[in-house]
Design a protein around this ligand. Structure first.
Ligand code: SAH
Ligand code: SF4
Ligand code: F3S
Length: 444
């Protein structure tokens, strides 16, 4: 915030850190905090791993695959110590919280592990790099009010509005590694959004594991977002993630009434079977979910809905799975992130008997992905002929004469342009579509 604490320990000589980020947007935002913090503490960020004195992995534990990737990276990078004995490798984030201590004890190649919400200690850790490997646990009340994040993008930004999660969905590791839910004060969030906008980040996404339960004094989420949407320095406001059990009519009203709030909602369904939702401890049934979809579309006919789905949760039968496919056909999600269930130690679902065999999980996942691909293609093709407003973010990957960006409803769009268009809102007409991109023509 405004009065940054500049008393963090400074390194004895110029030191470079290299940071690699895994997991969700929360980790991306935390990496921006870490970069801000280390830069204020005299360290320099490098994108060249060969130059690094410290390599930091900001890790994710949500599925086994996420952890395996980082373990593979550590095992590759630790070879560098043969030629550079002073090099230090550390992990932060959710996996550091979950198994950091174990990894240090097992001599897996890391020199430090800093649990979630203890990043303020990172400069002291790095200042004492010659000490033996160490682990620091989570600080459950941390909300990082004295650290200014260093946004890495130049057009879009994340602003964390709350940390932790109290929902304990039975499959999920997040509440175990990120601690209890806490909301940041309104003034701090509003300061962050405004200053991000002033730095040219016009498309802001508010982050929380369940933004609908944001609460600070008398301010709940609809009040928060309605106030933030009045900030002049930004053009677009988005938020993730909404838990269906807490999505209120008032939020739908505020979304419909505020032109700056994007007409897109990410509303994780997880399963189309009420019996499975109960075992997942999601606290809603399919009727409730479909009623929400109906209300959202009634208030904002153009709204895009995206979701998360899990295939092969314990005890999921073929009939349960078919119910998920059937809800996917009914709702016609614009996009769905589909995951194969992964047991996470210490979560309730890992103890359930009747785990679905891996091969079956995989084949259900594939069926889900195939169905969603068809639906997404249809949804994208339905945009052909429409006028959209694209916020230009990058050069297109395919051609340097083209730029890409997002529509208000979170679809990637490509059109002719150049770097001069970055950060501009451009009117365009959709002329064709694939299942991931709208091809557009600029309008006068
Ligand atoms: N807080 C958000 C998302 C958290 S994790 C929410 O409530 O929606 C992102 C997604 O990962 C979840 O929505 C879920 O679909 C998936 N996920 C979480 N734990 C999982 C597990 N053990 N196996 C497979 N997918 C999982
Ligand atoms: Fe995990 Fe559920 Fe919390 Fe989302 S709401 S982070 S899925 S426990
Ligand atoms: Fe996010 Fe992965 Fe942690 S999804 S909250 S980085 S476990």
């Amino acid at each position: 915030m405004n009065n940054i604490d500049n008393t963090f320990p400074q390194p004895p000589k110029e030191r470079f850190f290299y940071l690699e980020t895994y997991g969700c947007q929360m980790n991306v935002a935390d990496s921006e905090l870490i970069i801000g913090l280390l830069s204020q503490s005299g360290y320099r960020k490098t994108d060249d791993i060969d130059q690094a004195d410290v390599i930091i992995f900001n890790t994710c534990s949500v599925r086994k695959h996420a952890e395996d990737r980082v373990l593979g990276r550590i095992s590759n990078e630790k070879q560098r110590k043969l030629n550079k004995p002073d090099l230090k490798i550390g992990i932060v984030g959710c996996m550091a919280q979950r198994i950091g201590k174990r990894l240090i004890e097992d001599n897996s190649g890391i020199d430090f592990a800093l649990g979630v919400d203890n990043y303020s200690q990172l400069p002291s850790f790095l200042a004492a790099l010659d000490e033996p490997a160490s682990f620091t646990d989570m600080n459950e009340s941390e909300i990082y009010e004295n650290i200014e994040p260093e946004h890495q993008g130049s057009t879009c930004g994340f602003v964390t509005i709350m940390r932790g999660c109290d929902n304990f969905c039975s499959y999920c590791i997040v509440p175990h590694v990120r601690g209890r839910e806490r909301s940041r004060p309104f003034e701090h969030i509003s300061h962050d959004v405004e200053s991000a906008g002033n730095r040219g980040l016009k498309d802001i996404t508010l982050l929380g594991q369940n933004v609908n339960s944001y609460h600070f004094q008398e301010i709940d989420f609809p009040i928060l977002i309605e106030r933030l949407a009045k900030i002049n320095s930004i053009e677009r406001l988005r938020f993730i993630t909404s838990h269906p059990k807490d999505l209120s009519d008032e939020l739908i009203r505020v979304m419909a009434d505020s032109p700056k709030i994007c007409k897109h909602i990410h509303l994780p369904l997880q399963s189309g079977s009420t019996a499975i939702l109960r075992k997942m401890n999601r606290k809603y049934d399919i009727d409730h979910y479909l009623t929400l979809i109906h209300k959202l579309k009634a208030a904002m006919p153009e709204i895009a809905v995206t979701t998360d789905l899990i295939a092969g949760f314990p005890s999921e039968t073929e009939a349960d799975f078919e119910e998920t496919l059937s809800v996917m056909r009914d709702v016609q999600f614009d996009y769905a992130f589909c995951f194969k269930y992964s047991e996470r130690e210490s979560t309730a679902a890992a103890e359930y008997t009747l785990q679905v065999p891996q091969a079956e999980r995989l084949s259900r996942l594939q069926r889900m992905i195939d169905l969603q691909r068809e639906i997404t293609l249809k949804k994208f093709q339905a945009q052909i002929g429409k006028e959209v407003v694209v916020y230009i973010e990058n050069l297109s990957r395919k051609s340097s004469q083209q730029v890409s960006g997002k529509t208000d409803d979170f679809k990637i769009a490509v059109l002719d342009g150049s770097e001069k268009d970055f950060g501009k809102l451009v009117k365009a007409r959709v002329i064709s579509a694939t299942s991931g991109t709208l091809i557009c023509q600029r309008q006068a």
